[in-house]
Design a protein around this ligand. Structure first.
Ligand code: SF4
Length: 270
């Protein structure tokens, strides 16, 4: 299978099919992406590789940029750790109550010098069992999202979560991490980001976005999509969490628009 055919297959796995035309990507604005036409209204151009769809620097500069001032702080006890020290600290961590119900910590996985960092909210049941982020159906969808971008898990990509232990409710069902849990765990992710030094960060879902950007928890994710945010000097693109997309198929098209924005931002990032 050629790279182009593989990319089309990934898009189809995302439920998008070959829907993107070169004209839409190169000349479109962010608002146009947000209001992308229904899939059946778009003429398929399956032979255009994603890398050819990345617009110029001028096009990226046309995007509105949300001005935020994230608190880029790293807890003193971890800010000088190397990878092994950090992994050891996480595996034995009891900084919040999530340590009581975990099977194991889920540190993160991928290329430690990756230029692409994907951040989710926390381990679910499958991740807690296997010790790796984004496994199971949501992980397969994330792999397909990366594949559609010409990326691959473990190759120039790193995947991590805001919290390293599985949050559950009283019925042992997965839930988003609470603010205090996310705050307790953030120094580990901040140190991972410092060690990786990625070119760009993709925040998967509301919890990841709000924690990375230090925004009010009441901020709706719809206000965060379609713009380039900043974590320090690094661009942050916000999109939906793959688990959400599995339940809300209609938003896959919006997610692809977000990933196109990420590819354009990556091309113009330092
Ligand atoms: S979620 Fe993070 S802070 Fe809480 S116990 Fe696990 S590793 Fe420690």
């Amino acid at each position: 299978m050629t790279d182009s055919a593989r990319r089309v297959a990934f898009l189809q796995e995302m439920g998008l099919g070959p829907i993107w035309s070169r004209r839409d990507i190169v000349s479109g604005t962010v608002s146009e992406f947000q209001e992308a036409p229904a899939l059946e209204q778009v003429q398929p151009v399956p032979s255009v590789p994603a890398t050819a769809l990345i617009p110029t620097a001028d096009a990226v500069q046309e995007q509105s940029v949300v001005q935020v001032t994230p608190r880029v702080s790293v807890d003193a006890s971890v800010q000088h750790m190397d990878w092994l020290q950090l992994q050891s600290a996480v595996s034995g961590c009891r900084q919040c109550t999530l340590c009581h119900s975990r099977t194991q910590t889920v540190f993160g996985t991928g290329d430690q010098k990756a230029r692409w960092l994907f951040v989710g909210e926390g381990p679910g049941r499958n991740e807690d069992i296997q010790g790796e982020p984004f496994v199971g159906p949501a992980g397969k969808l994330l792999d397909n999202m990366m594949g559609a971008m010409g990326l691959k898990r473990g190759e120039n990509t790193y995947i991590a979560n805001i919290v390293k232990c599985r949050p559950t409710d009283g019925n042992r069902k997965d839930r988003p991490p609470a603010l205090d849990e996310a705050t307790a765990c953030m120094p580990y992710l901040e140190r991972q980001i410092a060690l990786i030094d990625p070119t760009i960060i993709v925040a998967l879902g509301k919890t990841a976005a709000l924690s990375l950007l230090k925004l009010d928890p009441a901020t709706p994710v719809s206000r965060l999509r379609g713009s380039v945010h900043r974590y320090g000097d690094k661009p942050v693109i916000v999109t939906y969490h793959p688990a959400y997309l599995l339940r809300n198929l209609a938003d896959k098209g919006k997610t692809w628009a977000d990933l196109c924005l990420a590819m354009r931002s990556f091309e113009t990032a330092d």
